[in-house]
Every structure is written in C-alpha cells, then in structure tokens.
Write a protein that binds this ligand. Structure first.
Ligand code: NIG
Ligand code: FE
Length: 401
C-alpha cells in the first residue's frame, strides 16, 4: 500500500483557473486521489503520511492530446518549400503529393522504424504533461499498413506512461491503386479493413476526412454507418478546407467530435450542440497551411459547444509535437481565453475521446494523473511559446518526469 501527501501547491482541479485552491494539499493512495483541498483542512488521519513538497507549484490535471497522426513514415519538408513558393495544400494533393506521399513512405517503413520515429515525437509531449493521446491511422490505406500503424500506436501505449486511444482513419485519402474508384475503396474500408482491424482490438474509434480532396458526404456516411453498426464511436475531419455539411452528418451519428471546422456554419454548430459533439480546433494546421478562414468560435460559445485543442501532429499540415504551443496559438489565432484553452487540453479534450471518466480533471477516486508547473500564474501555460514548463509529471501517483 502506498500513501503520499503532495504539499505546497496551488491546485486547479478542473482546468478552470477560477476553481483554483490556493495553498492546497493532495493525498494519493495506491495511485488514486484520496483527498484534496486547502492544506489547512487536511484531515488529521492523513497528516502522518509521507509527504513531498512541490515548492509552491501550480498543479493541473494531466494534458490530453485528442487528435494526432503521430505515427507516419518520413516527412514533407520538400512540400513545405513548395507551399512557401506559392503552391496550395490542395494543389499539392491533386498533383499526387500530400497525404499520398506520406502513404508511400509509411508503407515502405518497417514497424520498428515507425515506432522509433513516432516515439521521438511522443516523448516531448509526455515531458510537456500529456498523459492521454489519440493516434489515428490513415497513412496506410491498405489493410496491412493500417494494421502496422495501429499496432505501433498500441505499442507506444505499452512502452510509455501515456494512455493511447486509436482511431481508424482508413478513409483519409484515395490510395493510388483505387484511382477513379473511390466507392470501391469505401467498400474496402467498410467491408474488409474496418471489420478486420476492429476484430483485432486495434480500433477505439473511426474517423473520416470529409472534403473535396477526401471523401464525399455520401461516402463518409457509409463509413460512419459501418462504424455505428459495430458499436464504434465516430469522429470527423470536417469543414477544414470547404463548407460541405460534414459536421451535421457527423452529429447525426452522435460523433464524439468534429475536428478543424474553419468553414463550419451556424446550422452545423446547432447540430453539434444537439448531439453533444465536441469541437476540436487545430490551430497548428490553420497556421501551417496559412489558412485565413477562422473557425466560428463565437458561435461555438454562443451555442455552448465544448471546444478542445489538439496538436494534429502530422507531416502535412501540423508538424508539431507541442500541445502547449497549441494553447498559445488557440489564444493568439482563435482568440480563445486562457480558461478555454486550458479546458480545451484537459476536460474537453477528454470528452472528445469519450473518456471524460478517466482523464481531464482531478477528482477523488480517480487515478492520480497530474502536472506540476513551474509558473507564477496558469496564464503562463498559454503565454510562453516553445518552452517546457512542467516541473513534475505524475501518473498514477508516480513521478514519470
Ligand atoms: O488533420 N485533413 C486531413 N488530415 C490531416 C493532414 C494530413 C496530411 O496532410 O498528411 C489534417 O490536417
Ligand atoms: Fe488531422
């Protein structure tokens, strides 16, 4: 039996700085939160437990990165140079680059290399305080390579102190061998790939890229339907490059989240509210492809749609392995408040994964996953750019960094 009191800290249990307990204490027994509150209220029976001094640090729940494509082969620095010279993201995809060029590299990479490359991107996230991460497939686009990606994702969860949630994104782009036959590829996704990977326990949720350079609404719906028939949760890359009604479709299937959303309209926002779908905003992708259409943050607020933020870590639109950088960009580019940004990477991100019960808040009875920050105020988490700020990352009561 292990017992410990964490003393000398300011505790923000919900990610909302307004709920902060100044001069708090936190008691952990066998990896779970036993008690927290003002240090002066510490129950007498706990006060003899061994204690650890956090030196006046601010403590929040561990962070959740709810949208990533962190497993992939190679990189696309060459395309970055093309885009800087004026060629658009969609144009590069139409010329046979973009997602499909990463598909070539991912198919060619062996599992050990994919694991190693992804680990180099995951490690900085863990050091930053991320304890739960969503990892999508979608750079295989054939059964064997999608399986390889999802196996690597699961292996990362075994090797690192982070909970991994896998998402099957077979409908990310049309693989070259199905050129001109998108409906046949959707058959392959729905009838062969999804059932096989789900049966192997590799799929926690299903995602679709509903877009001009992805799949139509009708094709996307077939994927959502196949997922729903197997009882799997769904998500959608929606309204990223054009307004296409994908979000309302996702909401009809009770999607956990709709992600990107730059071109989302009011009807889509209303549909999300009704369905309880989380809006996952991805400021790294907005920034990196030099998008100018802003997601409708005011409408999301007005309708009370929860907003999450994520890295979208991927080689084409968001080559970033810093969730804190996304806090800064969410505030600077999308004008989120610090509280919105913090909740966007804690409780709302957990909800976008359908794991509010496990991540995103500090609560008695839950696993003791938290981060101690060496800052004077929580606003610093969104203020600094590219600076590690965690002084201690604790998972199940054990310091992992
Ligand atoms: O989240 N939008 C589609 N998928 C990724 C980008 C994939 C890529 O370009 O490799 C995204 O932006
Ligand atoms: Fe994405």
């Amino acid at each position: 039996m292990s017992e410990r009191i964490w003393r000398h800290l300011h505790l923000c249990p919900s990610g909302d700085p307004d709920g902060t307990i100044v001069d708090a204490a936190l008691a952990v027994r066998d990896g779970n939160i036993e008690w927290f509150g003002p240090a002066s209220d510490l129950p007498a029976e706990l006060s003899s437990w061994p204690s650890e001094d956090l030196g006046g640090a601010w403590v929040t729940p561990s962070l959740v990165d709810c949208h990533t494509h962190i497993v992939f082969g190679g990189h696309r620095a060459d395309e970055f140079a093309m885009r800087l010279a004026g060629v658009g993201y969609e144009e590069i995809a139409r010329r046979g680059g973009g997602i499909v060029s990463t598909v070539r590299a991912t198919r060619a990479a062996d599992e050990a290399t994919l694991l190693d490359d992804a680990a180099r991107r995951l490690e900085p996230l863990i050091v930053e305080g991320v304890a739960a991460i969503e990892i999508k497939s979608g750079y295989g686009l054939d059964l064997a390579t999608e399986r390889k990606m999802l196996r690597v994702a699961r292996e990362l969860g075994r090797r690192y102190p982070v909970s991994v949630y896998t998402t099957f994104l077979g409908a990310h782009a049309l693989p070259p061998e199905f050129a001109g036959r998108p409906d046949d590829y959707i058959d392959e996704v729905c009838e062969r790939m999804l059932p096989a990977l789900a049966d192997e326990g590799l799929v926690d949720a299903v995602d679709v890229f509903c877009e001009r350079i992805g799949f139509s609404r009708a094709q996307s719906e077939r994927v959502l339907d196949a997922a729903a028939r197997r009882g799997l949760s769904v998500k959608m890359h929606a309204e990223q490059l054009s307004a296409n009604g994908g979000t309302a479709l996702a909401a009809r299937y009770g999607a956990l989240s709709a992600d990107h959303l730059e071109f989302l309209d009011e009807a889509g926002v209303a549909a999300m509210k009704k369905a309880g779908t989380v809006a996952v905003l991805l400021p790294g992708a907005y920034y990196f492809i030099r998008e100018t259409q802003l997601p409708p943050v005011d409408l999301l607020r007005r309708y009370g749609v929860p907003i999450a933020l994520a890295t979208d870590c991927n080689p084409g639109t968001s080559p970033s392995a810093s969730l804190l950088a996304m806090l800064n960009m969410g505030c600077t580019l999308f004008r989120l408040t610090v509280t919105e940004a913090l909740q966007g990477v804690t409780c709302h991100a957990a909800r976008a994964l359908g794991r509010s019960d496990r991540h995103g808040v500090i609560e008695v009875g839950r696993r003791a996953d938290f981060v101690a920050w060496s800052v004077e105020t929580l606003a610093e988490l969104a203020y600094w750019i590219g600076r590690p700020l965690a002084s201690r990352v604790v998972r199940a009561g054990v310091t992992v960094f």
